[in-house]
Design a protein around this ligand. Structure first.
Ligand code: SF4
Length: 75
């Protein structure tokens, strides 16, 4: 995956960091990275839209879909 085509916030994003640091990231989270962070939906990412709307990012637990992704990592 070339970071050239990824979201500008990739390297500072808590969601991306959590996926990369997970010992065995779930398929659904990897899929989010491919669809949102480095894919066609990066502009539709909830985290990006929230930042534009509120001037600050949402909680670190929020996925690009807008849902709490920790529910997947605590299984
Ligand atoms: S979760 Fe959103 S803000 Fe974070 S890197 Fe992916 S597309 Fe960018």
């Amino acid at each position: 995956m070339s970071e050239k085509y990824c979201c500008d916030r990739l390297l500072i994003c808590p969601f991306f960091k959590a996926v990369k640091e997970a010992e065995q990231p779930l398929d659904v989270l990897n899929e989010y990275v491919h669809v949102y962070c480095c894919g066609p939906f990066k502009d539709k990412c909830y985290r990006v839209q929230y930042l534009h709307r509120h001037g600050e990012p949402p909680g670190d637990n929020i996925a690009p879909s807008g849902l709490d992704f920790r529910q997947y990592t605590s299984l």
